[in-house]
Design a protein around this ligand. Structure first.
Ligand code: MG
Length: 272
């Protein structure tokens, strides 16, 4: 059997056209990582990215309530440690800035809490995906609410701003542009452990990003990790707040925290 050029040439032309328009993979991420309990892979390239919701305009710093512990008021890093005893991040213009000297964490330790954080991604934006404006807020030094410049910066869904990193994307993408101040209000209930170290209640997290609820009472599956399914290791009922140095000059300001008493006594125990 012979095949005429009249058949082969159009076929080759069609093939070349198909190759020419084949899009590059538009979804940064992984397809070889283990699966999370919800069925998606860790940092799944195919997990849908949350829809963008434009928040209102950036406002003035949110004043700490009367009963808050101020972690950073713009003047110094006395409440923080870094490599060695003293935090070395740059303090300027009322903000603290990542500068390559490593993570910083609070000297104080906290349990169940309401944590207010304001952060600002570097401008002009540099890099892409996880390489743009990456930092993070770690409760107990281990449970990360991701900080990332997710304004017009595609990355894997469980790694974008306000994700529970490696576990849960935010409900929507509420990011402001780099250079604009953004707020996180994080409501955190610490995990509970039995005497034998088993988990009796997972950590639960609610996150409000720029006034928009993006995580609603989500249960964490363990500590935050990269390319792996997080697991729990038992710890005490309080721990530090850690901020990540991921190499990008992200700034933070006006950090405060309110411990939450979620274990009020029942009426009988209170003598009623
Ligand atoms: Mg991070």
């Amino acid at each position: 059997m012979t095949t005429s050029l009249a058949v082969i040439v159009p076929a080759l032309v069609a093939l070349a056209a198909a190759v020419a328009v084949a899009p590059q993979d538009p979804q940064p991420g992984y397809r070889d990582t283990p699966r999370l309990p919800d069925g998606w892979r860790v940092h799944d390239a195919d997990r849908p990215r949350p829809p963008v919701v434009e928040p209102g305009p950036a406002g003035a710093p949110v004043p700490p309530p009367q009963d808050a512990t101020v972690l950073f008021d713009g003047s110094n890093l006395d409440a923080w440690t870094g490599r060695g005893d003293k935090a070395q991040w740059l303090v300027a213009d009322g903000a603290m800035q990542v500068n390559g000297t490593g993570d910083v964490q609070t000297r104080g330790e906290f349990g169940d809490c309401q944590l207010h954080v304001e952060w600002c991604a570097p401008t002009p934006a540099k890099g892409d995906s996880q390489g743009r404006g990456n930092s993070g807020v770690f409760l107990f030094g281990r449970y990360e609410v991701q900080v990332l410049d997710s304004w017009q910066n595609p990355t894997y869904a469980d790694g974008q701003a306000a994700s529970l990193y490696g576990q849960k994307p935010p409900l929507v993408n509420a990011c402001r542009k780099p250079g604009e101040w953004q707020t996180y209000d994080i409501f955190f209930r610490a995990p509970r452990f039995a005497a034998d170290g088993s988990v009796t209640a997972p950590a639960r997290v609610t996150v409000v990003h720029n006034g928009i609820v993006v995580q609603l009472d989500e249960a964490m599956i363990g500590a935050s990790t990269h390319r792996a399914v997080g697991t729990y290791a038992p710890h005490g009922d309080k721990g530090p707040i850690r901020l990540q140095d991921h190499g990008d000059p992200v700034r933070f300001r006006n950090l405060w925290i309110r411990p939450l008493d979620t274990t009020r006594p029942a009426p009988a125990a209170a003598g009623k």
